[in-house]
Design a protein around this ligand. Structure first.
Ligand code: FAD
Ligand code: NAI
Length: 468
């Protein structure tokens, strides 16, 4: 029987990064993946394919709506070839997955394809597609089995018309009317893809605002812009039934007043969150405990109640984000190597890749209010930037919240073009515990979107933004 210092179950961004870091630190490492391709949700049916479709649909929208203003005339009709668009997305996915195969070889990590399940705390069975079982021994195991889409008890996901994000990434036609249940990250990103491609899109959200975990100012701005893009919103609506009749999907919900509202479309995307995935792991055989919502329970070292078994990523508590899973993979590898790593969860940024993008790090204004922290705010609109006017991306703002007494930056919230990349400046600043004045005094290249960060910092420092 093969034996390893570490076995990683699951090859998403948590698992494959953990495996690479373990190998870098000199551990003999195996990775077990039940699917034929490595990379997990993120690479196969998550981050990468959704961004590929967001980019393609954005180009189309620019061509039909904005080229003319830029003085670019296209003779004839601009058309979407959905099949080709989806094929390009798949090519991007395949190339990215190929990169992970290469990294496994480079780091001499043994890859096992099959379902990993605990025989006991140190032996793992790997069940192959043909039913054959191979057992490996591992001194330590890292559970990185990720998450699956959640649904509502009364919804039957038929994967044809009533779908999750996985099916929405490979539709064969542009829906006429896509009803999206859930105004969170998936609903808005994929809703925007199909809106751009010509679908009518209605987002039905239970709460009174979209992207409810983010600063209220971001929710408000994004709602305003998406409404301008003709996405419809039914906020404070409690969905109570989803029925499919042939090619038609009927969604019924109760509005705030308790009145029944009916939405009729040809596709319904259910995007109401995701839940930890541990099916088939046979956690009981190893004695690993779970907590609420099926998550694997871990301590601050991401160690389960069984000392040689750790867990990372979507399968444990915290934000379900690829970069959070990656940091946790690195942390566990370094803990196993006897190091003392640390993750500051407050500094894990969150991004929504709609256009305009939304990005945030640190505390929201609501959280600071609730905690009774005395704070001040500097906010600068994108439309006041030369760069934003040049590209006609004038929606959004940068908002910096700083401690009223010490001026330390406590939270940064942004809506606008390329803020997914801009947020890194805020993460760096907060990691080094910068004050708003520190950012305000740094030179920012002109003309860039980053100037909005400087201007917001100036605003937070002494209400002295220059260009407003
Ligand atoms: P996963 O990526 O889910 O990987 C788990 C792997 O474990 C899977 O490959 C699974 O097959 C395997 N597995 C499970 N059980 C077993 C078993 N018993 N044996 C062997 N293998 C097993 N996050 C971002 O940060 N940015 C984004 O832009 C973003 N976009 C997203 C878009 C969509 C549509 C979706 C659905 C998600 C998106 N996410 C994004 C979230 C991101 O994909 C997850 O947070 C991330 O993939 C979690 O990584 P993980 O390693 O914990 O698990
Ligand atoms: P989400 O948690 O972002 O949003 C779910 C939304 O559905 C919430 O607004 C919630 O209030 C709403 N909702 C819940 N129950 C409802 C009901 N009964 N009726 C109507 N609305 C209801 O979850 P989502 O969008 O499914 O994404 C899952 C995870 O994937 C997220 O946690 C996110 O972290 C990750 N992801 C990250 C992305 C990114 O980083 N850009 C992109 C896509 C997904």
């Amino acid at each position: 029987m093969s034996s390893y210092d570490v076995a990683v179950i699951g090859s998403g961004p948590g698992g494959y990064v953990a495996a690479i870091r373990c190998a870098q630190l000199g551990m003999k490492t195996a990775i077990i993946e039940k699917y034929a391709t490595l990379g997990g949700t993120c690479l196969n049916v998550g981050c990468i394919p959704s961004k590929a479709l967001l980019d393609s649909s954005h180009h189309y929208e620019d061509a039909i709506k904005h080229f003319d203003t830029h003085g670019i005339e296209i003779p004839g009709e601009v058309k979407v070839n959905l099949e080709k668009m989806i094929a390009r997305k798949q090519a991007v996915v395949d190339q990215t997955i190929g990169g992970i195969d290469f990294l496994m070889k480079k780091n001499e990590i043994d890859v096992f394809q099959g379902i990993g399940s605990f025989k006991d705390a140190t032996n793992i069975n790997i069940t192959k597609e043909d039913g054959k079982v191979e057992t490996i021994q591992a001194k330590n195991t890292i559970i990185a089995t990720g998450s699956k889409p959640s649904s509502l008890p009364f919804i039957k996901i038929d994967k044809e018309r009533v779908i999750t994000s996985t099916e929405a990434l490979k539709l064969k036609e542009v829906p006429k009317h896509m009803i999206v249940i859930g105004g969170g990250v998936i609903g808005l990103e994929l809703g925007q893809v199909y809106k751009r491609l010509g679908a009518e899109v209605t987002v039905v959200e239970y709460l009174d605002r979209i992207i409810p975990g983010m600063d209220r100012a971001c929710s408000k701005e994004l709602t305003k812009v998406l409404k301008k893009q003709k996405i419809k919103f039914a906020l404070s609506h409690k969905v109570k039934s989803v029925e499919r009749n042939g090619n038609e999907v009927v969604v019924k919900a109760d509005n705030k007043k308790g009145e029944e509202v009916t939405f009729t479309g040809d596709y319904c995307l259910v995007a109401v969150g995701r839940h930890a995935y541990t099916d088939g792991l046979n956690l009981e055989a190893a004695g690993v405990k779970q907590e609420e919502r099926g998550r694997v329970a871990v301590n601050e070292h991401l160690q389960t109640n069984v000392p040689n078994i750790y867990a990372i990523g979507d399968v444990i508590k915290g934000a379900m984000l690829a970069h959070k899973a990656e940091e946790e993979g690195t942390l566990v590898a370094e803990v196993l190597a006897g190091q003392k790593p640390h993750i500051d969860y407050n500094l894990i940024p969150g991004v929504v890749y709609t256009w305009p993008e939304v990005a945030a790090v640190g505390k929201t204004e609501e959280q600071l209010k609730e905690a009774g922290v005395d704070y001040k705010v500097g906010q600068f609109p994108m439309r006041a930037l030369g760069r934003a006017r040049a590209s006609m991306d004038i929606d959004g703002f940068v908002k910096i919240i700083a401690d009223k007494k010490t001026d330390e930056v406590l939270g940064v919230h942004m809506v606008g073009a390329r803020v997914a990349d801009l947020i890194s400046e805020a993460v760096v600043a907060m990691e080094f515990r910068a004050s708003a004045e520190d950012i305000a005094r740094m030179s920012h290249a002109h003309p860039t979107y980053a100037e909005a960060v400087k201007e917001a910092a100036l605003g937070a420092t002494e209400d002295r933004s220059i260009h407003m």
